[in-house]
Write a protein that binds this ligand. Structure first.
Ligand code: SF4
Length: 499
């Protein structure tokens, strides 16, 4: 049991999420589940680190604290004594609080310190509350340590930035003075700091845990330990139950925790009732009339299209914005007529020198005909890719806007519950639907099995791998994954057409 480790910025953010979670993290971390970072979260951290490197370029002379923990505090002290004016990752500990300031800057004319907090997010008019609290935590800590802090800045990616040639840090980033907000929050956060210290004195586990009344996505890694009787799939997973908390409360109070135990007369929305009914009866809902009606909209030839994309905080390619999804690969199955011939086309960008979107667009326009429905799974995603392609290539804008006119979202048959199966477990992702409708087609045997793996795989292939053989293997793995996405749509449509 850890009783003395100082309260860090991350601990403070955990406390903001839930004081009880903060206690478990500090005092009983062994009971927490699933705290390993996902590939997606690791990528977000890397993006944040990259933005920090860019932010350092805004300062002409800075010295980096390279060590960590107690050594970092000593190193910072050394640089402060040497009257360094800009210190990257300056680290402080006082009154059992610990924080690393991304960029600490001495303002010689005003004779005070400036805290610059760097975030890998893009600038918005309304600042993320967490960022403001995080920066104010550092402001308080430095004041407690006896430093005169006159200004607090938030440095973020400028959401209006669009890459054109070499990137300039001052164009990529936007600095906002948040000193007044930090001052306004100071009293509130000081009270929170006192509360965190009080919580850490508690030897007993904090009670009660209110998340029994919240939907699954709100539960922290302590939930399973605190509620061992709640199954992994329960009323907390009923579709959109997070927007019907009164109903969830009613179910919990009535002791109806497994979905199978929801009473027949318990009031739910129609989609929620459908979800519960298929779960209880194990009989799927298949609205053949509505499905057939929707399928009459299809115009042959059918184009089953799927993109894989790669977003980065700092754009790599000209014309792109921070975090823009850059399509680097597509798979396209074409069915010329009912029960006709199925052909397959694909593209993956492997050249590190050229723009993936330009090459992908060239390839796609050669095989995509002028007529016929374009079938996708989640038109918001593919539709946005077309908008971005139109934006980047105005000479072809009409073509890509035209693609969006022809889009047919196969997912909607499932998201609108015209086809609902208990084995979907409330999801309408293609990965949930495919194994139920076509069990012989599976993602399980592939080396790349989801979008996050595809994103990371492409990045490794393009920018990290050095062995040709390894690159070829990854290219093949990515092609097989994207191909299965469109083949899955072909087969799912066949099942629907044969109802
Ligand atoms: S499950 Fe919810 S209430 Fe319980 S400790 Fe975690 S975040 Fe807090």
């Amino acid at each position: 049991m850890n009783t003395s480790s100082p309260i860090t910025k991350s601990d403070f953010l955990r406390y903001l999420e839930c004081p009880a979670y903060f206690w478990f993290f500090k005092k009983k971390p062994e009971v927490l589940e699933n705290i390993k970072l996902s590939d997606f979260q690791k990528e977000l951290i890397k993006n944040g680190q990259e933005v920090e490197l860019w932010a350092r370029k805004l300062f002409s002379h800075g010295i980096l604290v390279e060590s960590r923990e107690s050594e970092a505090i000593k190193e910072t002290k050394k640089y402060l004594e040497a009257e360094e004016k800009v210190i990257f990752q300056a680290t402080f500990e006082t009154e059992n609080l610990y924080a690393m300031v991304d960029i600490l800057q001495w303002d010689d004319s005003n004779k005070y310190w400036i805290i610059n907090e760097v975030k890998g997010t893009s600038s918005k008019d309304k600042k993320d509350k967490k960022h403001l609290y995080d920066a104010t935590f550092q402001y308080i800590l430095l004041k407690k340590a006896g430093y005169d802090v006159g200004q607090v800045n938030l440095i973020e990616l400028d959401k209006e930035f669009r890459k054109k040639g070499d990137i300039k840090a001052r164009k990529l980033l936007k600095t906002t003075d948040i000193t007044e907000t930090a001052k306004e929050l100071e009293e509130e956060i000081n009270l929170m700091i006192d509360d965190m210290k009080r919580i850490l004195q508690n030897k007993r586990e904090p009670l009660p845990c209110e998340c029994i009344y919240k939907s699954r996505s709100n539960h922290c890694p302590a939930f399973k330990y605190l509620h061992p009787d709640v199954p992994d799939y329960s009323v907390h997973d009923i579709i959109r139950i997070g927007s019907s908390l009164k109903r969830l409360e009613g179910l919990i109070e009535g002791g109806h925790i497994p979905i199978g135990e929801v009473p027949e007369d318990f009031k739910l929305t129609d989609p929620q009732r459908n979800h519960v009914n298929v779960e209880q009866s194990k009989n799927p809902i298949i609205d053949t009339i509505e499905i057939k009606k929707q399928l009459t909209e299809l115009v042959y030839p059918l184009y089953f299209l799927d993109y894989e994309t790669y977003p980065t905080a700092v754009p790599i390619y000209d014309g792109c914005r921070p975090y823009q999804q850059v399509p680097f690969q597509y798979s396209l199955h074409i069915l010329d007529k009912p029960n006709g011939k199925l052909t397959h086309h694909e593209y993956i960008h492997t050249d590190t020198e050229s723009h993936p979107m330009i090459a992908l667009a060239d390839s796609l326009m050669k095989v995509m005909g002028d007529n016929g429905s374009i079938i996708v799974w989640n038109k918001k995603f593919e539709g946005k890719c077309h908008e971005d392609l139109a934006d980047l290539l105005p000479q072809h804008a009409e073509i890509f806007h035209g693609y969006n006119q022809r889009i047919f979202d196969l997912m909607e048959i499932f998201s609108q519950q015209h086809y609902l199966h208990h084995e979907f477990k409330g999801s309408f992702s293609i990965k949930a639907v495919l194994p139920v409708l076509i069990p012989e087609l599976s993602y399980k045997d592939l080396n790349v099995r989801d979008g996050a793996m595809a994103m990371n795989g492409w990045k490794s292939m393009m920018f990290e791998m050095t062995e040709q053989k390894e690159k070829e293997q990854m290219e093949n793995d990515l092609l097989r994954y994207c191909e299965l996405d469109t083949l899955a749509m072909v087969k799912i449509l066949e099942v629907l057409q044969n109802l």
